[in-house]
Ligand binder design. Structure first.
Ligand code: S3P
Length: 169
């Protein structure tokens, strides 16, 4: 079985969907951000604050390349993983890549509940989300199979992904 890879902007539900998929398909889940935090013994927030985004991106690429070599796992990526072609090439080598999509409003609502998104700790998060989404849209569009998540329950999203996987077998 190929890996199942979830990409998508912050707040599109990657973590929740990955957990559900992992339960339903009995596949191990690895979350790139969580693995980075474990390996570096630092929170993502602190990595950004102390070392900056560029450093984080390099660490992220190393972790993606390392974990992409595994098989039969669910990989949940950080929202910026799509920005580097080398990340996507590595993820696609052993995996079926999905990209979760949501509107600015949904993203705003989902991300406003947590404090752990360094890129959204700005005065006007909504404007920032709109700006980042418009810059990143082409990257997400070429990342993988696009799944809309607005007005769907996690279970509906999971079922949609499982159906696509079943058809590709
Ligand atoms: C980022 C998304 C975050 C995390 C980091 C950068 C991004 O992950 O990797 O804060 O550039 O979109 P989530 O998408 O899981 O929030």
């Amino acid at each position: 079985m190929k890996n199942i890879v979830l990409t998508g902007f912050m707040g599109t539900g990657k973590t929740t969907i990955a957990r559900e998929l992992s339960k339903m398909l009995h596949m191990r889940l690895v979350d790139i951000d969580a693995e980075i935090e474990k390996a570096r013994k630092m929170k993502i927030n602190d990595i950004f604050r102390i070392h900056g985004e560029q450093y984080f991106r390099d660490v992220e690429t190393d972790m993606i390349k390392k974990l992409s070599r595994e098989k039969n796992i669910i990989i949940s990526t950080g929202g910026g993983a799509v920005l580097r072609d080398e990340n996507m090439e590595a993820l696609k080598e052993n995996g079926i890549v999905f990209c979760l999509n949501a509107s600015t409003e949904t993203i705003m609502e989902r991300t406003s509940r947590s404090e752990d998104r360094p890129l959204l700790k700005v005065e006007k998060p909504k404007e920032k989300i709109t700006e980042m989404l418009s810059y990143r849209r082409p990257f997400y569009e070429k990342a993988g199979i696009m799944i809309e998540t607005d007005s769907k329950t996690p279970l509906e999203v999971v079922q949609e992904i499982m159906e696509i996987i079943r058809c590709r077998k």
